[in-house]
Design a protein. Sequence first.
Lengths: 86, 164
Amino acid sequence: MRVYVNDSDGTNINIRIPTGLLLNRLTALILSKVLTTVPGIPGDIKLSKEQAYLFLKIIKDFKKSHPGWRLVEVHSADGDVVEITL
Amino acid sequence: MENTLGNRIAQFRKEKGFTQEDMAQMLDVSPQAVSKWENDLTCPDISLLPKLAQILGVSVDTLLSGKTEPVAQIVPVEERKDIKDMMLRIIVDSAEGDKVRVNLPLALVQVALDMGMELPQVSGNIALQNIDLRQILELVRQGAIGNLVEVESAEGDTVRIFVE
């Protein structure tokens, strides 16, 4: 997974994270706990660890068949860029 | 203007508001390489085509052939892809000039809807509020692909939902 952030002030962040570190049961558990216990999450989404793992598994399988898949791409009017590529 | 690959790359790039340097950075190539593509001196490496098409907001087929995406079409049963291999693309162009592209596996959308999640719940974008993803999913199950939703809000935001 690659997270690329480039804002109009010149800040440039390019982080590469091994996908295996993210798309696993531990991440699913953490994600579930965060969504369940941390207040103020946009959308007030609650996921059990099984649901979170299902989400991550779908993402993992899709990534295999769609290499270079860009999940999110944001180009703001100010020139900021955020891209998340799996 | 002749309808060459280079001309199409240039046209789509300009429509997106990217410079050649922007494109080069996004694709990890040199700006000179992008310039050569646009002048039909060289072609992009085949391995870059999916990413190039995604950056330009078109399909690889459109990029290579010049055929534009259909507004929407119904695919015969025997030609339909498994929903696990399909993608839902949400394209938001705000009136202020912000551009957001979200590419979601359709299987993920289906599971999220089954769990009771709704699109505005996670997006917060007013233009997406009246879009019923369940109906879009039902259309896809019936074989619909292409540009299924195009909405312009009162504020001038444009939302397109494209399934491929």
